[in-house]
Ligand binder design. Sequence first.
Ligand code: AMP
Length: 221
Amino acid sequence: MIPGVRLVILGKQGAGKGTQCVRLARHYVVPHISTGDMFRAAAKSGTPFGERARQFMEAGELIPDEVVIGLVRERLDQRDTRDRGYILDGFPRTVHQAEELDKFGGVELVIDLEVPTEVVLERLASRRVCVDCGTNYSLSGPPRVDWICDVCGGEVIQRKDDTEDAILRRLDLYEEQTAPLISWYLQKGLLVTVDGLGHPDQVHARMIRAVDHWRARHQPQ
Ligand code: AMP
């Protein structure tokens, strides 16, 4: 049986986390847990909770820690994640969130997907996403038919928080709140950096290699 994994993927908006996390989840047969996708689904449902989440997201602001932590705690307590693990995408985003995640136990490895800011700015301006399943496309890599998702037939649009102002705000918040996580996990000896430039297939192969090397060095034979 394919062994599961418990991975956290860090990286600026537009580093390719979403695309890579979907592939990693398929590779290791574990759930892909994206807090951004969870909040977008809540926003679409139009509940008062979803409506509040939408306001934070559209402004490019972070949702309060306690809300996000509660949501992730519930998800990690489900059977699939308890049994096989997870790929965490977009969480933790603050040191406080990381401390709480530590209490739920057992992150195996944190991968920082590294891409220069100029490149992520270009990627974000061109990014398009399926409103239903979240599959990512770009102006240079659109779906086959007229902005209709290849995977589920949903509408493919530009995210409301991919405007220039919201992008700059999110990148500022990344530097301020999320970049410190890199040294936090480095100190714990849990971090590896993977180059996020190049074709998604190449980046995927690098990430798998990083996990394999890590396991070879850290797991008893
Ligand atoms: P993402 O798709 O990961 O870029 O997330 C989209 C938006 O969801 C973010 O800009 C935040 O408003 C919110 N969000 C997602 N994950 C978190 C988190 N861990 N902490 C706070 N807010 C989050």
